[in-house]
Design a protein around this ligand. Structure first.
Ligand code: SF4
Length: 368
């Protein structure tokens, strides 16, 4: 397949766009984007639901290649990934738009933006890889909005980073069709997938998406080399009932096994759900208890101070292998090759040398 970067062109309005591969023409004259299950069917000039993929010249183009809403160096624990190069800094960025319509979006200024308002920064894949290396980042993360919708840009960045020994992380809702998903994850080393609730009704009413497609992505990832963790933002009264949580954890156990890390994070009122209160810490602890009882071995609370709920316990001997407070590593007892220092039991994840010492800092950066 021709690489999208070989197909750059500049429009009359000065915007750089790239051709994309996952679409097909329909008999009625429309062109269907096949990247995600939304399958937008577009007339000439129309944009898809995500706003960044557009029909232009009888094909689908990506309009945000090479552009970003800004760059930050974050702790990898903020993605959240607790079992992937712990303590290391990750160069993080997003673009604009999203293929979901979550009413509770915690990044709505980016995900709902029309690109011109927010995409002030620009960088080529090579510039980003060089910058990540210069700043000592072990990985680069596509985050803040879903990389599914800018997959051509993300894959080129991942390739440029791999050439320099830097890994690529996708933070995604996992709402993607099989063929583009397979292409995308060939370039990705680690992912955090948002499992927003264990209810089709919740997905359809509150995110305008479908649960079964997200579960398909989780099952798919289980069969790849991509390290992945799962996050559920607990929204009081909407997805935090015992029954739904039990069914979610049972599904994860059955389909992904006990070693997939699961994060329950706290919601704050935002976007179109400002009338819902923040998640009480007791809800996070209750959900964690349900998941542990279901048999999951690495269950964490997030967006709160809860060292107990953020500790990695060795499944072999029960020792505290990693104690965290928010994004800080308070203590770390895992060997350079990922084993418990007390008993030698392997701790699932990706480890390569000692833990990093980035701490909880969030450092906005400019890519020149
Ligand atoms: S990626 Fe965007 S344009 Fe393509 S189907 Fe999904 S929402 Fe529609």
């Amino acid at each position: 397949m021709q690489r999208p970067t070989e197909l750059w062109r500049t429009r009359l309005d000065g915007m750089a766009v790239v051709a994309t591969a996952h679409w097909h023409r329909l008999e009625d004259g429309r062109v269907q984007c096949d990247v995600c299950p939304r399958n937008c069917r577009l007339h000439e000039g129309q944009r898809g639901f995500c706003f960044v993929r557009q029909r232009e010249g009888d094909e689908i183009v990506l309009t945000t290649y090479g552009r970003s809403s800004g760059f930050c160096v974050d702790p990898i624990e903020k993605k959240p990934l607790n079992h992937f190069l712990p303590g290391t800094p990750v160069l993080s960025f997003g673009t604009a738009g999203c293929n979901l319509g979550c009413r509770f979006c915690q990044n709505w200024d980016i995900s709902k933006s029309r690109e011109i308002d927010t995409l002030g920064a620009s960088a080529s894949p090579e510039q980003l890889a060089v910058a990540a290396e210069r700043m000592g980042c072990r990985s680069i993360a596509f985050t803040y909005n879903d990389p599914v919708i800018f997959m051509e840009y993300a894959m080129d960045i991942a390739d440029a980073c791999r050439a320099r020994g830097i890994k690529a992380v996708a933070v995604s809702a996992g709402y993607m069709n099989p063929a583009p998903r397979e292409e995308f994850y060939r370039h990705i080393d680690a992912a955090n997938i948002d499992l927003k609730a264990f209810s089709e009704q919740f997905y359809q009413k509150i995110t305008f998406a479908k649960l079964d497609k997200v579960l398909d992505t989780l099952s798919y990832l289980r069969g790849t080399d991509v390290w992945f963790e799962v996050t559920t933002l607990l929204i009081p009264g909407h997805n935090d009932g015992d029954d739904k949580l039990r069914r979610q954890c049972d599904w994860l156990m059955e389909h992904l096994g006990p070693d997939v890390p699961l994060h329950f994070s706290a919601f704050h009122p935002d976007f179109k759900m400002r009338d819902v209160p923040p998640t009480p810490p007791a809800t996070l602890s209750r959900a964690r208890r349900i998941a542990l009882d279901a048999g999951l071995r690495f269950v964490y609370t997030g967006n709160v101070h809860d060292p107990g709920g953020q500790t990695t316990t060795c499944p072999g001997c029960g020792a505290a292998a990693v104690v965290r407070d928010w994004y800080d590593l308070v203590s770390y007892a895992i060997t350079d090759d990922g084993r418990c220092e007390s008993c030698g039991h392997a701790i699932p994840g990706v480890y390569d040398g000692p833990a990093g010492a980035w701490g909880r800092r969030r450092l906005p950066v400019t890519i020149a």
